[in-house]
Ligand binder design. Structure first.
Ligand SMILES: [Zn+2]
Length: 322
């Protein structure tokens, strides 16, 4: 028979061992047709899976609910079930706060110089290039003048997606220039912070930004111009120890982690048990560091109200002087 001779051929081709011959024999001539019949079935199930594109749902890290991405976007990136505030980019934040087309960005092209020639697993220069490509930002803050309702404001918004929102010379310089412009043009300042702290790749140059921004804010304060600081998850270290904690009013987003050193460092240093909810916005509201906790959806209205309240005395004074 033709089939047996065929089997013999394949066996000798494979390894020349005659022993497994009986096991190889079974596939009858019908076999090829069967495999063909099965293949299209597999293909259809695969295409059905492909119909659900990736990135359509996001799992909430707090309540584990799968939230529909479109729903999340419409809800200002806040979980519809438990109100967990997801991270948002600086551009998304600006879009959610200022009137359409009213934002004029300042120093958009300012970019860091690798002064220390920092070498790590990847050099600082390589890191900067990678983050500039992935975030389409030049550094971790966007500054500019925009309008909230009828109020013109100097707005600085940090982006955690750029090197953990770390403060290097560019973040410090852009914010200082923003504050100085506001002092000059007599505008209120709003800074929305999210940061892991000073940028270690710039060493002392990043630490110097703490004093520089704080000094600029002192001049703003001398002119009795309001500054509202908004703390979002997370705001820590060098940023928290400078401009983020210097607001005339300090507001925070619900559940935001706010602090200087991390809880483990504090626990090791103080050798004390930390209270529950330590370093959360809610804990700091109870202890007087934060003035209010504002839901992201109410942020624009709240900022408007606070600025109006803080500008009241100033308006009355200018009217009296005139
Ligand atoms: Zn949730």
């Amino acid at each position: 028979m033709a089939t047996t001779s065929f089997n013999k051929k394949t066996i000798t081709l494979e390894n020349g061992d005659p022993a497994p011959a009986p096991q190889v024999t079974p596939p009858p001539p019908v076999a090829p047709e069967n495999t063909f019949a099965k293949k299209p079935k597999l293909a259809t199930t695969k295409s059905r899976k492909k119909e659900i594109p990736e990135g359509l749902w996001t799992k909430c890290p707090k309540c584990s609910t799968m939230v529909f991405d479109k729903e999340l976007d419409e809800n200002a990136k806040v979980c519809t079930k438990c109100q967990h505030h997801f991270a948002i980019t600086a551009r998304e934040r600006i879009h959610s706060l200022v009137e359409t087309c009213s934002f004029e960005e300042m120093d958009a092209h300012m970019s860091s110089v690798d002064v220390l020639q920092f070498q790590g697993v990847a050099s600082y220069k390589e890191k900067l290039d990678a983050y500039q490509t992935s975030t389409k930002l030049k550094d971790a803050v966007i500054t500019g003048i925009g309008r909230i309702g009828d109020a013109r404001v100097a707005l600085g918004v940090m982006d955690f997606g750029f090197l953990g929102g770390s403060m290097g010379s560019v973040v410090g310089e852009k914010l200082t220039r923003l504050i100085e412009t506001a002092t000059d043009k007599e505008l209120p300042v709003i800074i929305i912070s999210t940061s892991g702290g000073a940028r270690m790749y710039e060493g002392m140059f990043s630490l110097m930004q703490m004093a520089k921004t704080a000094a600029a804010l002192a001049y703003l304060g001398k002119k009795k111009l309001p500054y509202v600081s908004v703390l979002t998850h997370p705001t820590t270290a060098g940023v928290m120890a400078s401009y983020a904690s210097l607001g005339d009013i300090i507001i925070a987003e619900p559940g935001a982690m706010i602090g200087f050193a991390g809880p483990r460092v504090i626990k090791d240093t103080t050798q004390a048990e930390l209270p529950p909810g330590f370093q959360t916005a809610e804990f700091l509201l109870d202890h007087g560091l934060v003035d209010a906790i504002v839901h992201r959806k109410d942020m624009k209205a709240a900022l408007y109200t606070y600025l109006d309240f803080l500008s009241e005395g100033r308006r009355t004074r200018t009217m009296a002087a005139a």
